[in-house]
Write a protein that binds this ligand. Structure first.
Ligand code: UD1
Length: 419
């Protein structure tokens, strides 16, 4: 298994291109299930999760090919609307095929994603929505079987208990081919949901309000294949912003949508980091002392849970104390013991981690069991004295395109070690 070997190496300087958004690309690729014909998706990040989604679509009979950052999919009627455990267990987001399959074929069998490293993550809201649209849902032997007795879903008003991101995306993708109007209340407002709405409308759907908490969808009879470029990855961008600030560097992120980064930018500024829009990019610079700053994760437009671990590392060497509260997932502090092994002082009490700033971290061999926690350990390695080995890099490869190749030109001393 590959690892990353990092030598603490001073401020990052230069510019870094930001890739397409993983969490936007995954539901978009699933939308190819909704229409036959040739789809072309551009600016798709070359990541493990994208390849896993490709394999899942291929098992259902679609053709999937990826050349650099362009994905060509030929949509055709699927053999069996079935997502096996072997693929779903590798990537929870596989559950995003559920909405399109039920919309198009009136039935689907999808493995339950099960618990994952960052919490229980049930899909009850996805299923509740499909039931409201006339589907019958049955759980057996680790699979969810969905069947629409009338053959076609019917529009409904669905009030979500929580603004779940993939739940909102699944229900949007289901409602576009339903009979009549669907209203999703308390919908997730993440930019990736808004992006899916844009994509579906390009395919001929009638979706209004994606990106707000009420989404109204008028079902249509059929959709068309599409050519679409994916929005930039705000979490990848945010990770490089945190790395730039933590190393007291000066980095220009190229090709980002600043509006998607407001909550993070506000907290970085509160900590004393300079964050400026510069053309189609964002410049992040820091020097000297940073201030301890409290953060609470919330659904968008609040502070993203996917940036919590990276922001925490930044706080490790800030002056004073910061309280970092995680409200989205119940078990998302797995980076904390690893950071403490590197000399950080972090105390967990329920959903809040309290960080006492220290002058320096020390390199160590560390390992994390989820994607963003692993990214936070890479940042920790950049600011630590000595050598840090981040093990189990495959977590990082799920969500970051060539992280070592993007950090090296900025002056980081980071190499991939294959075993
Ligand atoms: C998506 C993102 C993930 C991000 C998360 C929160 C993708 C592929 N993944 O994950 O990177 O961290 O949003 O921004 O886009 N919940 C329920 N019932 C449900 C659905 C969710 O109780 O039916 C709970 C979950 O357990 C969790 C919370 O809602 O506590 C948020 O989950 P959700 O928004 O669904 O996250 P994902 O869509 O899985």
């Amino acid at each position: 298994m590959d690892s990353l070997r990092i030598q603490g190496s001073g401020p990052l300087r230069g510019s870094v291109p930001i890739s397409g958004a993983k969490n936007a690309a995954l539901p978009i690729l699933c939308a190819a299930l909704l229409a036959d014909g040739e789809h072309c998706f551009r600016n798709v990040p070359a990541l493990r999760d994208v390849r896993t989604m490709g394999r899942l679509l291929e098992t259902m009979g679609l053709s999937f090919s990826m050349e650099k950052n362009t994905v060509d999919i030929v949509g055709r009627p699927v053999g069996e609307p079935y997502a096996p455990y072997e693929l779903v267990k590798q990537m929870r987001a596989s559950v995003l095929v559920l909405g399109p399959l039920v919309a198009r074929y009136g039935r689907a069998k999808v493995s339950l994603p099960g618990g994952c490293a960052i919490g229980a993550r049930p899909i009850d809201q996805h299923l509740k929505g499909l039931e409201a649209m006339g589907a019958r849902v049955e759980l057996s032997a680790g699979y969810v079987n969905v069947e629409v007795p009338k053959g076609r879903l019917e529009g409904a008003e669905i009030v979500l208990d929580f603004p779940t991101v993939t739940g909102t995306e699944n229900l949007m993708s289901a409602a576009v081919l339903a009979k009549g109007r669907t209203t999703l209340v308390n919908a997730a407002r993440e930019p990736e949901v808004e992006e899916l709405g844009r994509l579906l409308n390009k395919m001929g759907a009638r979706v209004e309000g994606a990106g707000t908490d009420v989404i109204v969808i008028e079902g249509v009879e059929a959709l068309e294949p599409v050519d679409h470029a994916v929005i930039p990855d705000r979490i990848e961008a945010g990770t490089y912003m945190a790395a730039a600030a933590a190393t007291r560097g000066d980095v220009l992120l190229e090709g980002v949508t600043f509006d998607h980064l407001e909550a993070l930018a506000a907290k970085l500024r509160a900590a004393g980091v300079v964050v400026e829009r510069e053309g189609e990019g964002v410049r992040v610079a820091a020097s000297g002392e940073l201030r301890g700053t409290n953060v609470t994760t919330l659904p968008h437009p609040g502070f993203p849970t996917d940036m919590q671990a990276q922001f925490m590392v930044l706080m490790c060497t800030a002056t004073g104390r910061s309280a970092i509260t995680e409200t989205i997932f119940e078990n998302r502090f797995m980076h904390v013991p690893e950071l403490n092994r590197m000399g950080a002082i972090i105390d967990i009490n329920g959903r809040t981690a309290t960080v006492e700033g220290v002058p320096k971290l020390q390199g160590a061999s560390v390992m994390a069991t989820d994607l963003r926690a692993s990214a936070s350990l890479v940042i920790a390695g950049l600011i630590a004295e000595g050598t840090t080995n981040v093990l189990r890099v495959y977590h990082i490869d799920r969500g970051y395109e060539r992280i070592e190749d993007k950090l090296s030109p900025l002056g980081a001393n980071i190499v991939r070690v294959s075993e």
